[in-house]
Design a protein around this ligand. Sequence first.
Ligand code: 3PG
Length: 307
Amino acid sequence: MSKIKVLLATQKPFASSAVQAMQEALKSADIELEQLIGYTDKNELIDKIVDFDGLIVRSDIIDREIIQAASKLKLIVRGGSGYDNIDIKAAHDAGVVVMNTPGQNANAVAELVFGMLIMGARNGYNGVSGTELKGKTLGIHAFGNVGVNVARIAKGFGMKILAYDPYTPSVTIYRNGVVPVCSEEELYRKSDIVSLHLPYTPMTKGVVNAELLSLLPADGAIINTARKEILDEEAMLNMLQEKPNFKFLTDIAPDRLAEFSNFSPRFFATPKKMGAQTVEANNNAAIAAARELIDFFLSGNTEFKVN
Ligand code: 3PG
């Protein structure tokens, strides 16, 4: 029988230790790993994918055309949490299973939230007096793996913490030392800062809209380490325009970056999406992805299937 072949295709590379760990794990299961790292053209992936049974990606766009070119493909593992970059319907139609590695990079994203919040509170370190996080109310919009870690760290800063998540039982939120609120409106009305942790789905597109933003205090802030699509950019530009102390910090460059940049330092975007970009998070996600591949190909396990 021919060997199972897996392609690691990442435009944004994992740390080399993560690739090595993945390589060793797959080798021990007699699975062959090839790499397509830092590719810039989707056609490079289309040309290569035809030979592979498995594919590991990060935020790489995996559309119907790529899936259709992958005639041997049986499994795509998203080394990360959000899988909005993968056409899961096209994968389903082609009989390809899609999995993710939830939670593996959650602490890395949560730590970046605070790195960015402090930079925002201190005006981008421009010498002007800033503010402190202690005593402020942090609203966590969606209480998944990242939200839980954000809450844990926020306690150390002495923040009051609220969370809204219609899919997480209130008791789970309470158990994390956080006060659950009943609606998005209540979260925005009661918070000084809202940290966004919603996945991007057709239902969450543009949910952070003008109405919600208007409920925040004039000197409030939004931090987005989730997806740009969940936020209404026009509404956010208007907030920055109309409220001279309002801040918007984001790990995902908005489409209208040039217009937003006029509001620096009240606006800050990382030059590249950096939330999950730590050695630890890369190692966790890479090892989890390798395990899922091995379990799938050797024992048919589909525990982390999302389609
Ligand atoms: C995720 O969904 O896991 C994060 O957004 C990280 O994405 P990345 O692998 O592209 O950094």
